[in-house]
Design a protein around this ligand. Sequence first.
Ligand code: MLT
Ligand code: ZN
Length: 476
Amino acid sequence: MMQGGAQTPLQHLTTLLGADCIITEPSALEAANVDQLRSYRGRALCIALPRSTEDVARLLKLCNALRVAVVPQGGNTGYCGAATPDASGTQVVLSLRRLNAIRSIDPANYSMVVEAGCILADVQRAAAAAERFFPLSLGAEGSCQIGGNLSTNAGGVNVLRYGMMRELTLGLEVVLADGRVLSSLTALRKDNTGYDLRQLFIGAEGTLGVITAASLKIFPAPRASATAFVAVPDPERAVRLLAHLRQASGDQVSSFELIPAVALELVTRHVPGARAPLPGGSPWFVLCELTSARPGEALTERLEQALSASVENELVTDAVLAQSERDRRDFWHLRENIPHSQRQEGASLKHDVALPIDRLPIFVSRASAWLKAHVPEGFLVCYGHVGDGNLHFNLSERRGLSSGALVTRRDEIRRVIHDLVRDEGGSFSAEHGIGQAKLAELERYSSDVELGLMRAIKKTLDPNGILNPGKVLNVL
Ligand code: MLT
Ligand code: ZN
């Protein structure tokens, strides 16, 4: 039984965790109330900063009893509004940033156990210090947290070789809505004991439970790499080049990123010091990288040979290989600054789509043709992780138009693009999640059976609907 019914939820929470764990200071709340793209704004009751898994368990148990909604928030770097509270002023933003310990690292078993509040870059560094490699890598790695990476099933630039967060996870510790702790921080590679419960929580964006720690896979550290910036005539040739490089390199391609000329132009204009690596123009480029854990492996020669053969086969029109670590960093700097440059350019629309890789070129040509004919307000900036069939099929607003002209057409444009994605057998949500941005899309593109099962799971795990309500799934 709850005691002291006259107390407000805030008083209950403060009594439970202590005043230093419950933040109501306006500037802290302001940062938590807004998402990073400033597309969503809410008003939180407070930020809870628990110190341990036990604290999280006690907090959720209390919130469940009081029917107070909890919105888990990691580094707040997501694009879909999943970590933003609603405007009611009643929701608790739950930050696990104090749960930031690397609990253990086992180089022999190629695994490590980390807490959810660890910054991704710190996890990478801890693995490197043990001469191992944690491969998840994305633009926000200096501030995003592992809990958020797990909850959105994050992808990034190394998925081609190592997989998404789902594939990198061996076990989880999760606090359920009623405060029970599901503790399964196993480091086993084989474990067929019934349903794979951990997969329910990965990609659930905090709607089924709160992930507090994870057992992760780590890998042999890369000791050799070769990186090239390659001009290709079109996405179709880019896809064929990938197939060729995988075979020719003995499957050592770890990244394969598509970059259109327009993105390169945006980056060189908006980022001081950025310059195009190739002298001539090309409508499309690929940034590709081979890596190996074997020191001294002749990857540069291998890549050079494969690219020369590709010039002869007319897959490639020009290419330059990084001659130094500095060149390599410069190439990656161009790629990593595309989202930033698009923001600098002005308003934009993002579409994070995945396609079967053989359908990707036809999708690009159909969707581009439609945009050209019907959306004079914007221009296409289509880049992404082509090795995974994942495109960021984004639009930027043309300059000189009345501001907002593109964004007011957001829903209509999105509908056409996502319908084309579906027609080609793809997904409207590749690596950025659903949040509140794509609730309607989930309903439109999922079958009744899928939606029914998702709702049944949500009801079972969170019968009072306190976990991140209004995100991922409309619960009927
Ligand atoms: C990227 O790959 O750069 C991001 O996932 C997309 C973005 O930031 O828009
Ligand atoms: Zn991406």
